[in-house]
Design a protein around this ligand. Structure first.
Ligand SMILES: [Ca+2]
Length: 243
């Protein structure tokens, strides 16, 4: 029931840092006054976090689905970050989207490519060499009555293979079922509070073979379809894939 409504593809370039290499040690006897160079120990390959968002979006890009307004997405909210100088904010006022006229769901996808036009044609990322076992993030926010936000991570973009997920609600008790879709697809639940909380989702190697969506956050309206809710806001910080 989602995706493929283009909107905003935010191109974010990967920032790569180069590490200076130490000169190879001299094979001759070093002068007495010169202590041997002590190269920084390099962590074993695959033991580093993959940073998706820390003060800025570090991988790929983002798009809203469906597009067409009544949503607000920012990657530079400096009002009250969990860590560092900024956090990500995504809000919805509960009103209809326009490219698909409905108010049952809206979402934001942190995707593997920088632009939505290349999303379908670009194979998912094989992240298995990172040995990630969990995806963690900090979140806070506020949701109006009957609105939940479902967070999914490490998705291959196929609806047939569900991704690790969690449904956040004011009480922490609601799932992602709706009147029109009464069977919940995600039964992992927690509360979204106005203060920062840390969340963690386990991922297995099989979740990491072809990742197109690093993280998706979908507001879902569970009220009577004929009425509209008033949406909600969620803020994210420190979205990390961790070994
Ligand atoms: Ca931050």
């Amino acid at each position: 029931m989602k995706r493929s409504w283009p909107v905003l593809g935010l191109l974010v370039l990967l920032s790569s840092s180069c590490k200076k290499k130490d000169d190879p040690a001299d094979t001759v006897q070093p002068p007495a006054a010169q202590p041997p160079t002590n190269p920084q120990p390099q962590p074993p390959s695959g033991s580093l976090n993959l940073e998706i968002y820390t003060d800025d979006l570090h991988q790929g890009g983002a798009f809203e689905y469906p597009g067409g307004g009544n949503q607000d997405l920012a990657f530079n909210d400096t009002s009250n970050p969990a860590v560092g100088s900024a956090c990500m904010r995504y809000g919805w006022n509960g009103l209809d989207t326009s490219s698909l006229v409905q108010h049952i769901f809206v979402g934001v996808d942190l995707m593997h490519t920088g632009d939505l036009s290349t999303y379908a044609s670009t194979p998912g990322k094989d992240l298995r060499s990172g040995n990630y076992t969990q995806v963690s993030f900090d979140a806070r926010g506020g949701l109006s009555a009957d609105v939940v936000v479902k967070v999914e991570v490490a998705d291959d973009g196929l609806q047939s293979t569900p991704a690790p997920c969690i449904v956040l609600s004011a009480t922490g008790l609601l799932d992602d079922s709706t009147p029109g879709n009464p069977v919940a697809s995600c039964t992992n639940k927690a509360a979204l509070l106005s203060t920062w909380q840390s969340y963690s989702l386990n991922v297995s190697s099989s979740d990491l073979t072809s990742v197109k969506d690093y993280l998706k956050a979908t507001f879902i309206y569970k009220g009577a379809p004929a009425t509209t809710g008033s949406g909600g806001t969620i803020l994210f910080d420190q979205i990390l894939y961790k070994p």
